[in-house]
Design a protein around this ligand. Structure first.
Ligand code: GEK
Length: 246
């Protein structure tokens, strides 16, 4: 299953001491393989986010990719964009991710829209004149107490009729269903070549770092912030992608 140019993720393959997951050099090195083998539907989501961005980009506005990692989604958007004049702002607070993304940007022939990469905390970043904002599996890493404030800042920086695309690992309100989907997800990871040790060590490392919420919690937060419409456009097991319009 491993793509030829992708370094294989074996970060949790050996027995290790417990510790929280961080987006450091080691993770950045194998991130493309890690996310493709860990998020069901990741490549379809990225391709569709690019199509959504293409449809909703407003002339002379900005597209924000918040928590861009290596720029997988940013570059997909840049390659999909129509001739509408606009620019892309890609932000991540991991220097390891941003430095690799900048190298990749320099090697690609992207002519449609300039891409500005910023190593910043998305809780502090300035957002303005945005017609498209993407949070592709990023909000889940923000402390719960900060999530409303972040969504309010995103909303304030968006233009009327702008689109927010929010992809997240989700939790189910029904406990039985929740554990069923978590078990199925671990089976999915097994089918992607991860061992039981890798699955359980990664799960422990993410426990305090990635906090999933229910679809209803996301819906309520977005509607209370002022977004006019909200729905889920993709779901596979406990992973979902949602859209909301200003
Ligand atoms: C993709 N969107 O490939 N400020 C900035 N970045 C942050 C913050 C923060 N406060 N907290 C976490 N991050 C990407 C995948 S990965 C998802 C996104 C995953 C960044 C963090 O450094 C990491 O690069 C990213 O959010 C989450 O479409 O690993 O499951």
């Amino acid at each position: 299953m491993n793509a030829p140019n992708r370094k294989k993720d074996r970060l949790f393959a050996e027995q290790m001491l417990p510790g929280d997951f961080v987006f450091d050099e080691k993770v950045a090195d194998v991130f493309e393989d890690m996310i493709n083998r860990s998020v069901p539907g990741y490549s379809s989501i990225v391709a569709m986010v690019a199509i959504l961005a293409e449809s909703y980009t407003q002339a002379n506005s900005k597209i924000y990719d918040l928590g861009c990692s290596l720029g997988g989604t940013t570059f997909a958007i840049a390659q999909q964009l129509p001739s509408t004049p606009c620019s892309i702002v890609a932000i991540d607070n991991s220097p390891a991710m941003i430095s690799r993304m900048e190298k990749k940007r320099a090697s690609l022939d992207i002519t449609m829209a300039p891409i500005e990469c910023r190593c910043e905390d998305i809780l502090a970043t300035e957002i303005f004149n945005a017609s498209v904002v993407v949070l592709n599996f990023t909000l889940q890493f923000i402390e719960i107490s900060e999530r409303n404030r972040l969504i309010e800042r995103v909303f304030a920086g968006m233009n009327s009729k702008g689109i927010l695309i929010l992809s997240e690992k989700i939790r189910f309100p029904d406990k039985k269903l929740n554990s069923l989907f978590v078990d199925l997800y671990h089976n999915f990871k097994g089918s992607m070549g991860y061992s039981q040790l890798e699955i359980s060590q990664k799960r422990n490392a993410l426990e305090n770092v990635l906090i999933p919420e229910t679809i209803d919690t996301h819906r309520n937060r977005l509607i209370q912030t002022g977004f006019s419409s909200f729905d889920v456009w993709f779901q596979c097991l406990n992973f979902a992608s949602m859209v909301a319009f200003k």
